[in-house]
Write a protein that binds this ligand. Structure first.
Ligand SMILES: *Cc1c(COP(=O)(O)O)cnc(C)c1O
Length: 345
């Protein structure tokens, strides 16, 4: 696909801000180029600006994920690349994107912020994707398609074949949000970015990596799209603390409780099936479980009154009376199950 063709004119012509750290890349003894405080007052190096392109951390991620450095963009959470993609490809008041409810709410919010239209192509009743409907919805003004896999809040993955069909049969940027991929049996499609220049794959350190507070999202894409993301981002979008901390976690092979969460997910699924007030327990490839009940708002209020907060999804299409439950610790899950049993009595 010709990416240049759908980039906004102002972005194509944009001359990006060139920071002090961009302009001088060699080694030197004296840095008097960025108006920083010359003294490391707190002993943590924070008197200096962070690395603008996060080269050290990005190289580490590249080695671990086996994706070339130049196909990786790091953002302040996944929200940053989502917003930047709107700003690169979508003309406010003119263009549109396609989302597939029920799904993550941020795509629509980001579209609204950027004054970009949203075309909703609902998932099928069994939560599979209606590829043909999406392809026929995509017109000349449709610039991006958001595919969340595993999908939040339904928990299922979409097939690689359906994603390839979208990549090959539309003139859109296809954004595959894999925030929950580490919990899933299905495979990441990130290596496809080397084949399809209109694909963007989003991952995050917020879920399986237990670093939600660090705010680090990763976008894998063609070098053409990565170059635009780098051109449009704020010069120092990832702070030094986050760059250092995530590098350390990736280097030290730190304790990871992924398998524990998957065991708890299985147990929770089984237990939920035997509880009277739960009508359906949907399969999940993520670290949450969607359940259908008789009256989601009533159940939600009851749980809150007992100090257990879950996510009421009843207003989402295809999710009437559904509640999304994150997999917690064994103790937290036991408390939830206990309250659900009491509610059912
Ligand atoms: C949690 C989540 C994210 C993560 O967002 P961050 O900004 O990286 O914390 C992204 N996409 C989906 C679908 C999510 O549920």
């Amino acid at each position: 696909m010709d990416i240049q063709n759908i980039v906004r004119e102002n972005i194509k012509n944009l001359k990006p801000y060139s920071s002090a750290r961009d302009e001088f890349k060699g080694t030197a003894k004296v840095f008097l180029d960025a108006n920083e405080n010359p003294v490391d007052v707190y002993g943590d190096g924070l008197n200096r600006y962070p690395r603008p392109l996060q080269d050290r951390l990005k190289q580490k991620i590249s080695d671990i994920k086996q994706i070339p450095f130049e196909n990786i963009f790091l953002g302040n959470g996944s929200d940053e690349p989502i917003d930047l993609l709107f700003r690169i490809f979508c003309r406010p008041g003119v263009d549109s994107v396609i989302t597939m409810p029920p799904t993550y709410g941020m795509y629509e919010v980001s579209a609204n912020i950027n004054d970009v239209g949203v075309k909703n192509v609902l998932l099928n009743k069994d939560f599979t994707i209606d590829v043909d409907a999406i392809i026929s919805e995509a017109d000349d003004e449709t610039k991006m398609i958001f595919v969340c896999s595993p999908n939040n809040p339904t928990g299922n993955c979409f097939s690689k074949e359906s994603i390839i069909k979208l990549l090959e049969n539309t003139n859109c940027i296809v954004i595959v949000d894999e925030a929950y991929i580490d919990f899933a049996e299905c495979e990441s499609v990130k290596s496809l970015v080397l084949e399809y220049n209109n694909l963007v794959v989003l991952q995050t350190f917020s879920k399986a990596w237990a670093l939600a507070g660090a705010r680090l999202g990763v976008a894998y894409s063609s070098t053409e799209i990565i170059d635009y993301l780098n051109k449009v981002k704020a010069p120092y979008n990832i702070n030094s603390l986050t760059q250092q901390r995530v590098y350390e976690v990736l280097s030290k092979n730190m304790h990871n409780n992924l398998s524990q969460i998957k065991i708890e997910r299985k147990r929770l699924q089984n237990e939920l099936k035997s509880i009277d007030c739960i009508e359906t327990v949907f399969e999940s490839e993520a670290n949450f479980i969607l359940v259908k009940t008789q009256d989601a708002s009533k159940l939600y209020d009851y749980l809150v009154s007992e100090g257990v907060v879950v996510r009421n999804r009843t207003t989402q299409p295809r999710c009437e009376n559904c509640i999304r439950i994150s997999v917690g610790t064994t103790e937290e899950n036991n408390k939830l199950l206990e309250e659900l049993k009491r509610y059912s009595m």
